[in-house]
Every structure is written in structure tokens, then in C-alpha cells.
Design a protein around this ligand. Sequence first.
Ligand SMILES: Nc1ncnc2c1ncn2[C@@H]1O[C@H](COP(=O)(O)OP(=O)(O)OP(=O)(O)O)[C@@H](O)[C@H]1O
Ligand SMILES: [Mg+2]
Length: 356
Amino acid sequence: MAAITIEKLSKSFGNAKVLKGVDLKIENGSFFTLLGPSGCGKTTLLRSIAGFVAPDTGRIQFDGQDVTTVPVHRRDIGMVFQDYALFPDKTVFTNVAYGLRARKLDRDEIKRRVAEYLDKVGLGAFAERYPAELSGGQRQRAALARALAIRPRVLLMDEPLSNLDAKLRIAMRETILDLQRTSRTTTVFVTHDQEEALSMSDRVAILDRGVIAQVGTPQELYERPANAYVADFIGAANLLPVRVESRADDSIVIASFGENRLRCRNTGADPGADGKLIARLEELLLCEAEGRASSENVLRGQVIRRQYLGARTVYAVRIGSDVTINAEHHASAKRSVLAIGQPVDIVIPMTSRIVV
Ligand SMILES: Nc1ncnc2c1ncn2[C@@H]1O[C@H](COP(=O)(O)OP(=O)(O)OP(=O)(O)O)[C@@H](O)[C@H]1O
Ligand SMILES: [Mg+2]
């Protein structure tokens, strides 16, 4: 187990700057996730921590020890890849034993350790199978056992769940979390799936084209996104273009959207600034439009789409000529079903935040 410190890390491939001065502190024993869209540099950053990629500038430390130029096999890391990367011509036992043999443990200790870790991932009965004789989920469990059996200082995982079907993915999340919580191995996990990131991590770093957009606990990122990019990425949110008109008091600002007035949380945005109001689907109230003109914090619109998802229904509502807002009704709230084309009022909560 080790704390990881990354300072001013940069990497280019040809003319493309892929990492642009990344600074990160990853606490000893924590589950840390790198989250971001395809091509933002997640794998490049993870492979730099592993030692497969040599950064152009910057420094990586494990527990204060500079490992920037230390080769992969001397960094004491375990790695799990999206495509498993098991040796196809070796049994599950031999795959898991691989790193232990390289470390020259004695035979009995290797047997004991392999059995222990196959048990932990629920593959106790599969030691003599070959990878081709396993399901995708079982292969990923074998890869996880192989990475953990060496009891690495750092566990690195690059989209380990993305080749699994939805149900299996959730089961594997639980396996990985249970193993991480009991071993307290410092873990860096890469995903582009925000739900995976929020549900598994102690802390999450959101990457935007080679730059860290924000680092925080899942709750901090969800409740206090630093900018529109983070708000859009974490949890489905509507970003409504607004202008900050005035400050009502310490905690409230008045913003405008066209003719509409919106009271929202004061996040330090200055009057006159153009910003985005973050309105989360689950926070918006939709109701059948009443005769009167819309009042403060109420936007008038028209339902243009309805998606029934069982536990909830998501409505798309067009307001004005070119803005669409998504809102959802939970089945438990027993609200009336809204029809396509129906005029509706959207109530924006005063707790909504504006980012500039
Ligand atoms: N070895 C390489 N040579 C040249 N370009 C590369 C190399 N590795 C990565 N890149 C480029 O660097 C950028 C970032 O790639 P990276 O694999 O880190 O992204 P990612 O965030 O992991 O994306 P994904 O979610 O698709 O896996 C991409 O534009 C990619 O094409
Ligand atoms: Mg990648």
C-alpha cells in the first residue's frame, strides 16, 4: 500500500499534448477513480503510474519515493485491463501464480496464495481451466486474482468492467469493492462511466483533454461541480443558459432566462455574468400548465418526448424555440402521465446552482 503523488505530469505523442501538467494526490489505501470521456488521457495517465508510459516532464512518487524512471516490474503494482490479458496457454492457476513465481516465493506458499485469491474471487473450482473455457466475468475475476495475489503496493485498473454485461458489471463492482476494502490496497480505477465512478470511489478526478477539471468525493462533485463540464459529466443535468441580474442576499441571486426570473443559490457569480444554471432531472417538478402566465422559478414549456423506464419516466420539454429540458417523474410519486404536446410548467428549485 502506498500513497501516490503526481506532480506536473505532461506527455505528448507527436504534436498531440495528451497530459498537460497533471497534479494529483492519491491517499494511501483509498479507491481513486480517473473519470472522463474517450480520448481525455485516462489510460495514458494510468500507464504513466504503472511505468508503461514515460512522461515528458513531471514526477510520480509512491510513499515519497520517486518512481518516475523506475521500470514497471520494480514498481510493485498489480494491473487489470479491459481485455483481461490472461495468458491463453496457461491455466487459471498458472496465470495467478505467474507474479508469485517471478517473485521467487516457495512452491507451497505459491499454492496457498493462489488458492486464497481464487477463493476470494469465487473461482476456487476453476484453477485447472484455461481462459478460453471461462466466461468473460470469470476471466476478469481471474485477472483480478492475479493482480491482487502479489499483494501489490498499488492496484491499477483500466476499464475492467466495460466488456461485461450490465448485471455482471454490478456484481463485479461489489467483488472489487469488497476486496479493496478488506485489503486497503491503494487503487486507481479508470472508467468513462459516471455511475461506476460515483458508486465505487473514495475520490474521483475528472479529466478534460489532459487537464484535471476537478477532484473530490463523489458527493462533492455531484453537489458542487466546479464548472459546466463537470456538472454535465456527473449525473445527468440540464445546463440552462442564464444571466445573473442581481444579488438578493448572501445566499440568493436573481438570474434571468429570457423573460423568466429565477432565484437560485448564490455561488459567487457576479451580476452581469452569463452562466449556466445546473438543473438536475430529479430536482425539477413538472406539472400541467395552469392558465396564468409563468411566475418566478417557473418555466412554461411543451412535452416533446416521453421515455418510460419502469421506476421513472423521463420527459423532454421544449422551452422557447431552442432549449430542451429533461425532467423525470418517479413511479412512487404517482404523478399523472403527461401527454406529448401538452403544455407544462417546470418548477426550478431555489437550491439550483449557477456556474460561470
Ligand atoms: N502510443 C500512442 N501514440 C500516439 N497517440 C496516442 C498513444 N496513446 C494514446 N494516444 C492518444 O492520446 C489521446 C489520449 O489517449 P488515452 O488512451 O489516454 O485516452 P482515454 O481517456 O483512455 O480514452 P478511452 O476512454 O477511449 O480509453 C488519444 O487522442 C490517443 O489517440
Ligand atoms: Mg483508455
